[in-house]
Write a protein that binds this ligand. Sequence first.
Ligand code: SAH
Length: 504
Amino acid sequence: MSAAAQAAEKGKVYLVGAGPGDPDLITWRGLELIRSADVILYDNLASPSLLSHARPDAETLYVGKKRALHQLSQQQINELLAAKARQGLAVVRLKGGDPYVFGRGGEEAEALIAAGVEFEVVPGVSSALGAAAYAGVPLTHRSRTSAVTFVTGHEADAIDWQRLGHTETLVIFMGLTAFDAIADRLIAAGRAPHTPAMAVRWATRPCQQTVVGRLDDLGAKIEAAGLRPPALIVVGEVVALREKLDWYERLPLFGRRILITRPAGQAADFAARLRRLGAEPIEAPTIEIRPPDDWAPLDAAIAALGDYDWLIFTSRNGVDRFLERLDASPRDLRAVRGKIAAIGPATAQRLEQLHLKVDVLPDDFVAEGLLAALDAEDLRGQRILIPRALQARETLPAELAARGALVDVVPAYQTVEPPDAAERLQAIFEGEDKPDWAVCTSSSTVRNLAKLVGPERLAGVRLCSIGPITSQTARELGLPVAAEANPYTMEGVLEALLQAVRTS
Ligand code: SAH
């Protein structure tokens, strides 16, 4: 994000292009405005995940066309935009694709002028361009066509199809239902019946669906495929290039719906990587990180930090919560005297970001691996601090104590069920398309998933676990494990998913 980006101004309306569906295709300006807006009015073509960037206290209003209950007329939308701006709010009107391509953005801007409300327009990647890129069809091509027309098929009778050229590329918006009539008119006007043509539904999303044919048979193919709006139709010689240039639908995880159960705020990187592999990440945290009920044990440990010969961290969360509490105390990192061990690379990386060197990092990222890595150390009489989750396995402290160490296990956080988890998962599992995969990154995530969704509804959803301990918990709950990461990291999870999909 550019450092100079300016936040949304109060009393102003921003007509922002959300891009065609892939949330990564919004502009920097658009994202900055979403982040800073007081109120966001959106409809069903804008990617809902963009709203996750809104301020937590921002008002988000669905003004779309899908759910009749909430449907507002264009007139009402125009009035609402002006009214919100007059209340002194920074208003974002988020529109699918580009606001000035068949989006009625022009009408909204005119209405704002009439109402005397200031506005700014942020262009977006129109679905025409998104579909071209993600379906492998360049809209122009030196040897095939040098003109392209965007046309609406909504009112086929209002268009003079005769006037459209015989070689240019046509991108027809809202043309699904009227396509047969449109094709007839184009052919009657002299366009070759065998001209390549395609329809693309939900372009740039992992659920993108493409139907390819010719001008004279695409209509039948659309019907046979049961294709529904929103879809674009592209007619022209360039459509033939798709066979060679398609890349998106060939991505290894294309179309796979993957449920991510890790805590909110820790899933974004993984979700972004899944999207780049063609998958649809579905974020539904089954755990949430909360402070422990009692800080006293951790505070006491921090007050005596210099006494510890070892600090052992078993998760990134453990590092973060320990540091938060250290910050709240009169001490700082200079109080750390002991050696440092981390259970795995993510934990170690967090420590290294603080310029703390990790003395011991096991090859196997579980308690047993860490114990093996500590084999060479004489732990007799050594004082060890383990700040970790309230609920955790006893293997590590028990074995360290057996080796003669004096171990203080102190709760730095606890994992609880997020208040909205049940409702969110309910919606996901009762929807049309169940997830293909669920990714569990700890025993607590899998335990809560099983509890919240139940084994029956999880049937058919393949489970990918981060490692043997999580897998064991899953099996104890009666959930079969379809893939297990090795190494026990998010990187390993991704590899395991790719491997399982490749061989299935
Ligand atoms: N301003 C938008 C278009 C809005 S009109 C843009 O620039 O893309 C709505 C029509 O756009 C839909 O009926 C459909 O024909 C098309 N459309 C929008 N998003 C689409 C998508 N992701 N995939 C296919 N067609 C889409």
